[in-house]
Design a protein around this ligand. Structure first.
Ligand code: C5P
Length: 222
């Protein structure tokens, strides 16, 4: 599980080299609880670069490959990301019970958390039609939590009321995608995942501080 201090997870969607990435992350590390990495890192700095990041930055690393393949591929990915120093990963509920179960069992043995994606921040209507089923599926498989979009406050509230306090809710879609900073947490999420509003800012630290301020003092969230 991600330890909550600030409530902010950085979506680190950048194609920077390892050195620049480490410098940026160390400069903002005290303001965030986790770093979400994914295709950008895999396709630019590669697995070795990811390993260098996890070795150099003392933070929880969440791998977002939105994994949703058949069982043996999912298991391979879980084992590989574990070897790269990753602490948690995101899987697509749409992969279905059997394909998820294999990977989640392996992840549990390795100490890697699995967060289940059950709603997209934009589109994803097939998910929203099957919300109850996917939440129950995740709970029965023993995931650590769920990805619920800040752009759909009713989904955040609904999922929180279904899962109680034993599962972490991570909420992307804050800022550029339209979710108001602070409101996903006000609606029941544990963490807000923010990328471009911080990364593309002239002052990433200040942008992160502004979001933390909104998390502490949410205004007009519905
Ligand atoms: O830049 P921005 O803050 O919009 O980034 C949002 C991040 O959250 C991206 O890394 C995106 O892949 C991720 N995400 C999302 N919606 C989901 C799941 C993940 O936007 N349902």
């Amino acid at each position: 599980m991600i330890q909550r201090h600030t409530g902010l997870v950085l979506a680190f969607d950048v194609d920077w080299d390892v050195e620049k990435s480490i410098m940026f992350l160390n400069g903002i590390s005290d303001l965030i609880d986790a770093v979400k990495i994914g295709w950008y890192q895999l396709l630019t700095i590669g697995p070795q670069g990811i390993k260098e990041l996890t070795d150099s930055v003392n933070k929880y690393f969440l791998a977002d490959f939105k994994l949703g393949d058949v069982a043996h591929i999912n298991e391979y990915v879980v084992r590989k990301v574990y070897g790269l120093g990753i602490n948690g990963l995101i899987m697509h509920a749409v992969a279905g019970r059997d394909n998820l179960a294999t990977a989640i069992n392996v992840a549990r043995k390795l100490g890697v958390d699995v967060y289940l994606l059950i709603s997209m921040s934009s589109g994803g209507e097939l998910y929203d039609r099957n919300l109850d089923y996917n939440v129950s599926l995740g709970m029965s498989l023993g995931v650590s939590g769920f990805i619920v979009p800040a752009t759909k406050p009713n989904v955040v509230r609904q999922v929180r009321s279904m899962v109680g306090s034993n599962y972490q809710l991570l909420s992307p879609g804050v800022g550029v995608q339209g979710g108001k900073p602070g409101c996903a947490i006000a609606n029941g999420a544990d963490f807000e995942i923010v990328g471009r509003s911080i990364i593309n800012s002239e002052s990433p630290r200040q942008a992160a501080l502004n979001i933390l301020n909104a998390i502490r003092n949410p205004i007009s969230c519905s």
